[in-house]
Design a protein around this ligand. Structure first.
Ligand code: C5P
Length: 408
């Protein structure tokens, strides 16, 4: 199952050097399962040929409202009615102005105007020189496009083809792909702030050695991504992992359990949902050395003592907001056996409304997982699937629960 299976996207190209990125974007969209119908303005054809876009989309490219290939001679109607979304990438300053004015003298602006507003969303990836982007006329047009119901994906920052540096680059194809995928996810957590912990913690023995565990952080990162896709503001407190930050997520990197606790305390007051997926070390060394412990050749081994770490989830769940339900807390349990019994016991011990069990050795480092949701009413199994698709289901389930508890 691909993220864009069944989606049909009209990809509109307008005049800009970023058209070279649209070739890659077209490929990325089709790889993700979408069918793509490319429509190009005359200016776009100055930058990249329709042949290239036809080869990548496997469909004839349209460029004129007078194209007689459509039996009814109305490409602007036919193309817009078939689409699940129209994505203009790159969208030039001129094309933004045309959209704002409702111009209809060439195919792409004509079909944007002719699209059914309720069912065919318009997505815009602007691309232009930084002065053009910053100009009050462009910023005014951008606001008007949003008021008219378009989704504007924003711009990147950096070196521009003109030699200047600043805002206005088109987002990279992979970023746009993620924005399109995210756009299609139901916005079930709009207005929520979700705080997620993920990954292992690292407890120092001395400045060069420490104790950690095999958690990859992938499940927690997938949950942060799914929460963001669902429209929430998301803060991700991450232990030492090499994973890229999910798009649009505010990430706080920490090392030890005590760092994680203080990062959580900093952000938890704003949160309405707390999901603790981190594999927090149960103990830290009680006698961590300030300097590297040296081997002295005598065969003597260092003696480590241990101190129990704070239980972050239990502390948050037992706080007044956790207790009142203003903050919905979700715990995870990575077990090696007796998943149901262990998860049920852990839910009560931590004092959380929802505990999610998984088999640790079967999921650590993997891209897929299987979940067992345990709450006061019973259990629900989520069969083995990718961590992102499980995360989306879990987020939907959390959204239903928070809606229900808000009504009580
Ligand atoms: O007690 P155990 O580590 O099995 O509990 C797992 C759950 O508690 C996870 O949600 C984990 O993130 C959280 N936890 C925590 N702080 C700890 C230990 C676990 O937040 N010190």
């Amino acid at each position: 199952m691909n993220d864009l299976d069944g989606k049909h996207i009209v990809l509109g190209l307008t005049g800009g050097i970023a058209c070279y990125k649209s070739a890659e974007l077209c490929r990325a969209l089709t790889k993700a399962g979408a069918t793509v119908q490319v429509v190009m303005t005359a200016a776009a054809e100055q930058f990249i040929t329709p042949i290239t876009m036809q080869a990548l989309s496997q469909r004839v490219v349209y460029g004129s409202q007078w194209d007689a290939r459509e039996p009814n001679n109305m490409p602007h109607i036919n193309l817009s009615r078939e689409a699940d979304a129209i994505l203009i990438a790159p969208c030039s300053a001129d094309f933004m102005a045309r959209l704002v004015q409702g111009r209809a003298d060439e195919l792409l602006s004509l079909l944007c105007l002719a699209r059914p507003l309720e069912t065919v969303p318009l997505l815009i990836a602007p691309a232009m020189n930084r002065e053009m982007w910053a100009h009050p006329a462009t910023q005014r047009n951008l606001k008007q496009l949003e008021l008219d119901g378009a989704t504007v994906f924003g711009v990147g920052q950096g070196d521009q083809a003109c030699g200047e540096t600043g805002d206005g680059r088109m987002l990279e194809p992979q970023e746009l792909l993620l924005d399109v995928i995210s756009f299609f996810q139901p916005k079930v957590l709009k207005g929520h702030h979700v705080l997620v912990t993920a990954g292992p913690t690292y407890e120092a023995i001395d400045p060069v050695r420490g104790i950690t565990n095999l958690s990859s952080g992938k499940m927690g990162f997938a949950i942060a991504c799914a929460a963001r896709e669902a429209g929430a503001d998301v803060t991700l407190v991450a232990g030492p992992v090499g994973l890229p930050t999910p798009r649009g997520v505010n990430r706080v990197d920490i090392k030890s359990a005590r760092d994680m606790l203080s990062a959580v305390q900093t952000h938890v007051d704003r949160a309405t949902i707390f999901v603790a997926t981190a594999a927090v070390a149960d103990w830290r060394t009680g006698n961590a050395a300030d300097q590297k412990i040296k081997k002295d050749g005598s065969g003597a081994t260092p003696v480590l003592s241990f101190v129990e770490n704070p239980d972050i989830l239990a502390a948050v769940a037992q706080s007044p907001r956790g207790q009142s339900g203003a903050l919905f807390c979700v715990g995870f349990a990575a077990e090696s056996h007796d998943l149901l019994a262990n998860a049920q016991a852990k839910r009560l011990r931590k004092g959380v409304p929802l505990l999610v069990g998984n088999i640790g050795p079967a999921t650590f480092g993997q891209d897929d997982n299987a979940l067992l949701l345990v709450d006061a009413d019973g259990t629900q199994e989520m069969a083995r699937a990718s961590k992102l698709s499980l995360a989306r289901k879990l987020i939907a389930s959390i959204a239903t629960r928070t809606r229900a508890s808000a009504q009580n």
